[in-house]
Every structure is written in structure tokens, then in C-alpha cells.
Design a protein around this ligand. Structure first.
Ligand code: ATP
Length: 296
């Protein structure tokens, strides 16, 4: 288990991390979300022990992360670090060797290359690949030796939607095989579909912490979406903050979530059948947007 306890890291008068405390359990797929400058990369660098000092304590199974054998950790840094002049194959073999992978057969190498659907050849030079494909090679390099704990700083940045989905499914597969994975993103949608736990950082502080459903269910269900061909404006009263219509879909923002029962009854009484009636908590995307706007 990774334990981050009361970590604060400052650069002059900028507090990049401000009393940050959370845990990542073994086998978790853990998302770190936040806007630009929220402190995500600083957090990863603290975990990797790249700074000479920070306040607080970070341990992995009760030891410093940096004391772990190299081959147990995978790290995709925000600054990509491939050698443009090297061949793809040599670059992958270099990282595999650096991380103490004993043997990498040609077949295994080709399997991984195909798994990532990299557009290029193993014999291509890194600089001959597109940016997105270079990114896929770098992610491959941080995973091929099957580390037990992986940190991926912005693994999806600059990728098209197809490749985002491809890398998400690779990350899920590798996590299912037992690797604990922490990754960062600006995009809540990437995080929501992928992780089972997350934190959101804002100006170096944790403003959300939990599983996507725990976080969503901690919010009131004040938004109702109802499908109806009939006009529903007759339901507008002092218990409804906003009532809007888009085609046959109606959105109600309630003052109190319990009022949904009254609305449901009234619709059934007045017009009978209700094809669609949804009272979900806000999506993570909506929660993220709200948190961005809130003053911390
Ligand atoms: N080496 C440094 N020297 C000075 N300030 C730094 C340094 N590293 C980070 N910062 C500052 O710390 C804050 C957090 O930066 P960090 O890179 O951790 O954010 P981030 O969430 O990773 O952002 P992004 O999504 O843009 O990569 C920012 O205000 C940044 O300017």
C-alpha cells in the first residue's frame, strides 16, 4: 500500500502540494485529476523521491518508494524521454534491460508492439513516428517489464479518441493482472471510465477523494430528467429552481431532492405513462466543473 501522509511541497512562495494525505491500496487503478498547475506532477515526483526535500511522509509497504527495486516501479514522466535517433526496438530493449528484465524474446517484443497498435516499424527511428505513436512507445516501455506499481503522468495527453480508448483498455488489462496503477488526467471522463478510486487536486489541496460512486452519491440528486411528448411546464412551482425543455426531454433542477416523488406522481396522474424518469446524482464531470469554480 502507498501511504501519502500530510505532504507539503513548496517552490518559493508557490505551495504546489498543501498537506496532502491519501492511500493507494494494492491492485487499485487510481486517478489523480486536476487542472493545469494543480500539483499532479509534483505529487508524482514526491512519490518517486525526485526532490531533495518535502514535508510529510510517503511510504510504500512501510518503506520509501525509492528503496524499491527498479523493476518493481514503472514511471511515465510528463516530459517524454525517448531518444529520437534510436530505433524503436532498441529503445524498448534499453528500458527493459534498465529495469532488469532478464529476457525479452523477439516474439514477446512484437506481441507488445502489436498490442499497442503502434503505427510504424520496430526498425523505425523514434523521430520517424508521430507524437502520439512516440507516446505509445514510451508507455509500452514503462509497462513491458510488468512492474508491480506504475505511475503514469498524463498518459492520454495528445492522443485521439481511438487511441485513448485503446490505451485505457491496455491499462485496465494490466491492472487486472495485478499491477497497481496511478495516473493523472485533466479530463474527468478518462478518469471516470477507468479508475476505481480517485483524488482531485486543486491548488495543491485534495478536494475530492473516494470511488467514483462514493463521490457521486455524496451529492444531492436535485437534477431530474424526464421524457415526455406532453408539455410539462404546468409542473413549474416554487419547489423547482429551473425547468427547461430540449425536444421531448425535460430537465428539472429541484430545491429539494425529495420533491422528485411529488413530480413523478403528478406526471403519472396527469399524463399517465412516463417513458424515462432519471434522478441520478451529478456526473463526475459536473462535480469536477463545480469544484473548479468553487473557492478553496
Ligand atoms: N520546479 C519547479 N519550480 C517552481 N515551481 C514549480 C516547479 N514545479 C512545479 N511548480 C509549480 O507548482 C505548481 C504545481 O505544478 P505541477 O506541475 O505539479 O502541476 P500539474 O497539476 O502537474 O499541472 P499540469 O497539468 O499543467 O502538468 C504550479 O504552480 C507550478 O508552476
Amino acid at each position: 500500500m502507498l501511504k501519502v501522509n500530510n505532504v507539503t511541497k513548496s517552490f518559493g512562495d508557490v505551495t504546489a502540494l498543501d498537506h496532502v494525505t491519501f492511500e493507494v491500496g494494492d491492485g487499485e487503478l487510481f486517478g489523480v485529476i486536476g487542472q493545469n498547475g494543480a500539483g499532479k506532477s509534483t505529487l508524482f515526483r514526491c512519490i518517486m523521491d525526485f526532490y531533495s526535500k518535502y514535508d510529510g511522509e510517503i511510504t510504500y509497504n512501510d518503506k520509501k518508494f525509492s528503496k524499491l527495486a527498479l523493476e518493481k516501479i514503472g514511471f511515465l514522466p510528463e516530459e517524454r524521454s525517448l531518444d529520437p535517433k534510436r530505433k524503436v526496438e532498441d529503445q524498448i530493449r534499453y528500458f527493459a534491460k534498465l529495469n532488469k528484465m532478464k529476457f525479452l524474446s523477439d516474439t514477446k517484443l512484437k506481441e507488445w508492439f502489436d498490442y499497442f497498435e503502434i503505427d510504424g516499424k520496430l526498425s523505425s527511428k523514434i523521430k520517424e513516428l508521430s507524437k502520439g505513436n512516440q507516446q505509445k512507445v514510451q508507455l509500452l516501455c514503462s509497462l513491458i517489464y510488468k512492474p508491480e506499481f506504475v505511475i503514469l503522468d498524463e498518459p492520454f495527453s495528445g492522443l485521439d479518441p481511438y487511441n485513448i480508448r485503446l490505451l485505457q483498455s491496455i491499462i485496465k488489462d494490466i491492472n487486472k493482472e495485478g499491477t497497481t496503477i496511478m495516473f493523472s488526467s485533466h479530463n474527468m471522463e478518462n478518469v471516470e471510465s477507468l479508475c476505481n478510486k480517485l483524488i482531485m487536486l486543486k491548488k495543491g489541496k485534495i478536494v475530492l477523494n473516494g470511488s467514483p460512486s462514493e463521490i457521486r452519491n455524496s451529492y444531492e440528486r436535485k437534477k431530474l430528467i424526464v421524457e415526455s411528448d406532453k408539455d410539462l411546464f404546468f409542473l413549474n412551482d416554487e419547489n423547482i429552481e429551473i425547468l427547461s425543455q430540449d425536444g421531448n426531454m425535460w430537465t428539472f433542477i429541484l430545491k429539494d431532492e425529495d420533491y422528485a416523488k411529488v413530480i413523478f406522481r403528478k406526471i403519472v396522474d396527469e399524463i399517465g405513462f412516463v417513458p424515462y424518469f432519471d434522478q441520478s446524482p451529478p456526473s463526475l464531470n459536473e462535480i469536477f466543473a463545480r469544484k473548479v469554480k468553487e473557492n478553496v
